[in-house]
Design a protein around this ligand. Structure first.
Ligand code: HEC
Length: 145
């Protein structure tokens, strides 16, 4: 009886530690705040979509972001590996509220001391940009620096 209780207690503590660990550094858990609330199911990278995203990126984002080094904002290399697609979409579509409320964006703001502004992109545009970032991270396209 007693050992059962200890076992139960040990497994609850273990679950708690795992949960704290996942959420504490668990940036991958974070989908951000904005229009994208549902989990996204991503198909393999689509060439037409990322080409569209590349054009938009080079018009609206390149003034502040490079991939391999800091500019005004963080380097975007491997961003699709460190963040969830939903989070990236919300960061693009809702950067001001993200900077006020989202844990990761608040940390980025504290680090970069500049707040990302909304670039007047539609949800479809943001999706195309996400595809471009995936293509860069998979080595399918080299960003111009
Ligand atoms: C005025 C400069 C500026 C522009 C323009 C801008 N950003 Fe940002 N971006 C930032 C800054 C600064 C941060 C970090 C602080 C924050 O989010 O406020 C950031 C953060 C990000 C992040 C999170 C990076 C990470 O490491 O998690 C992504 C993704 C991003 N931007 C994508 C974009 C895209 C895509 C565009 C174009 C639609 C864009 N940004 C336009 C300045 C900018």
């Amino acid at each position: 009886m007693r050992s059962k209780r200890i076992k139960l207690l040990t497994s609850s503590i273990f679950t708690l530690i795992i949960t704290v660990f996942l959420f504490g550094c668990g940036q991958k858990e974070d989908i951000g705040i904005g229009p994208v609330k549902e989990e996204m199911k991503l198909a393999p990278v689509d060439a037409a979509l990322y080409a569209k995203g590349e054009t938009i990126f080079n018009t609206k984002c390149i003034t502040c972001h490079k991939f391999n080094s800091k500019l005004v904002g963080p380097p975007l290399k491997d961003v699709t590996k460190r963040r969830r697609p939903e989070w990236i979409m919300n960061q693009i579509l809702n950067p001001v509220e993200m900077a006020q409320k989202d844990k990761i964006t608040k940390e980025l703001l504290a680090q970069y001391l500049v707040q990302m502004t909304f670039q007047d992109v539609s949800q479809d545009d943001a999706r195309a940009i996400l595809e471009y970032m995936r293509a860069v991270d998979e080595g399918k396209v080299t960003p111009k620096e």
